[in-house]
Design a protein around this ligand. Structure first.
Ligand code: SF4
Length: 208
């Protein structure tokens, strides 16, 4: 748990919900991303981000959060040549099961997590891969169901983008005979980058 993550979850309406954890995760892990993706949630503007904080983290101490978050000068994001963020966002929005502002915020959250260097579930600050699969199954159901082989989630998203663009970068005719199989499919093992939700509850109880 880093200090910002701690503050966010202390102020969250539902700190053990996967959507809330993912939002808190990408906001808290912004320094882990390349500078161009260091907005707390890439592609949202300042007023949208403040609305998101009010909705999901209503008891957040704004004065303390301001020490870590660019609340007054939210960094603008401008796509550059070869930047895949807009395509990932479009893919997620196309498959969003729900409409409205919160669904869009979640798509931005997942796309922002894709800009990290670890497994997607880790860069979203989730507890394990199962939590990510659960979140995708609920909120991006049609996309989730397409991943019939249970490919690594980032690899799967990028393969979808290649498919949309009519590009096939795979060296083998099928996954079953491909020497890269292990790079594309695994249970994405690892440790969470941020604290487990049960520890958050313990912390909240201990600190009132
Ligand atoms: S396992 Fe090989 S064929 Fe399958 S998606 Fe990966 S690179 Fe492509």
């Amino acid at each position: 748990m880093n200090a910002l993550h701690e503050r966010l979850l202390m102020g969250a309406a539902a700190p053990d919900e996967p959507v809330t954890l993912a939002m808190a995760g990408v906001i808290s892990l912004r320094e882990h991303r390349l500078p161009v993706y260091r907005a707390p949630i890439v592609g949202l503007n300042g007023p949208e981000f403040r609305r998101l904080l009010r909705r999901f983290f209503p008891a957040l101490d704004k004065a303390q959060a301001a020490a870590w978050l660019p609340l007054d000068s939210y960094p603008a994001y401008t796509p550059t040549v070869g930047d895949e963020f807009p395509d990932l966002l479009e893919l997620l929005l196309e498959h969003s099961r729900f409409s409205g502002e919160e669904a869009r915020w979640l798509a931005h959250t997942i796309a922002t997590g894709c800009m990290g260097r670890n497994h997607l579930w880790q860069d979203l600050g989730l507890l394990d891969r199962g939590m990510l699969s659960e979140l995708l199954g609920e909120h991006f159901t049609t996309l989730f169901l397409r991943n019939v082989g249970d490919m690594k989630w980032k690899k799967f998203f990028y393969k979808q983008l290649c498919g949309k663009a009519g590009i096939d970068l795979c060296r083998a005719p099928s996954c079953g005979v491909c020497s890269d199989y292990r790079h594309c499919f695994s249970h994405e093992p690892g440790q969470p980058l941020l604290v487990a939700a049960d520890k958050v509850w313990e912390w909240r109880n201990a600190h009132g």
